[in-house]
Design a protein around this ligand. Structure first.
Ligand SMILES: Nc1ncnc2c1ncn2[C@@H]1O[C@H](COP(=O)(O)OP(=O)(O)OP(=O)(O)O)[C@@H](O)[C@H]1O
Length: 237
């Protein structure tokens, strides 16, 4: 499976947020998207999953237009429902696959429940299913967010600055989980990061944006700290 972006441009009035970006991302690889504040990372991620419509260009999955469930997004805040249990938050990922009456009554298919518990295992949250989400730490919440995204059974897993609010050690462990599920489940993985040093060890590929333009697209083994620093040092228009 490959996610292909061709000549994607997104403008806000006269401001070009993403400018003529073309990329191909393979499954089983975690791509780390870097760039200074305002470079266009969030806009590109939102265009990838259809939250924003590009002004020009296309996004395709193996040559087809992706469906809404093909691409899952992990939000910076986790965007979880605090009053619900961990398991119920994960099960929200399969809404849309289950009949409406089940959603309304909260009676989930037992197979979906088993799958949700396996997804909690995949993100290292065995034994947390019945905990109310409000009792979790920031890192645990982000891992619930990843499990919920996996419950959607996507081909592409996007995460927009998923560790911005976490301390470096916790951020590292969340990114390790993200990389592990991308590799184990052969997903196309994309994570945007404010702190590129956290990407070392988890990135298979780097993309760098500067002022909306793609200025770096290379396998991680070809990218050293200086190459990443160049992305941040580019002159702003
Ligand atoms: N909804 C919007 N309306 C108008 N301009 C926007 C909107 N969203 C983003 N922009 C502009 O598009 C450009 C790219 O913003 P974007 O949020 O994609 O950058 P970013 O790299 O994700 O930044 P950060 O790291 O600070 O989150 C910026 O100039 C921003 O002001």
């Amino acid at each position: 499976m490959a996610l292909t972006v061709q000549h994607l441009t997104k403008r806000y009035d006269d401001d070009v947020a993403v400018s003529d970006v073309s990329i191909t991302l393979q499954d089983g690889e975690l791509t780390v998207l870097v760039g200074r504040s305002g470079a266009g990372k969030t806009t590109l991620v939102r265009c990838l999953n259809g939250l924003e419509q590009p002004d020009e260009g296309t996004v395709s999955l193996d040559g087809y237009e992706p469906s809404v469930t093909d691409i899952a997004l992990v939000f910076q805040s986790g965007a979880l429902l605090d009053s619900k249990s961990v398991l119920d938050n994960v099960l929200d990922g399969s809404l849309g696959r289950e009949p409406t009456w089940r959603e309304l009554l909260g009676w989930h298919d037992p197979a979906e429940k088993r799958a949700a518990i396996e997804r909690l295992h995949a993100v290292g949250l065995d034994g947390y299913a019945d905990r109310p989400v409000r009792t979790l730490s920031g890192g645990q919440r982000q891992r619930v967010g990843i499990a919920r995204a996996l419950q959607q059974e996507p081909a592409v897993l996007l995460a927009d600055e998923p560790v911005a609010s976490l301390d470096p050690a916790t951020a590292g462990s969340v990114l390790d989980r993200l990389a592990a599920v991308v590799h184990d489940q052969d997903l196309v993985g994309v994570v945007s990061l404010h702190q590129p040093e956290l990407a070392r060890g988890v990135a298979d590929r780097y993309l760098g944006l500067a002022d909306g333009e793609l200025v770096l697209d290379a396998p991680a083994e070809d990218v050293d700290a200086d190459r990443i620093a160049e992305v941040y040092d580019r002159d702003i228009r």
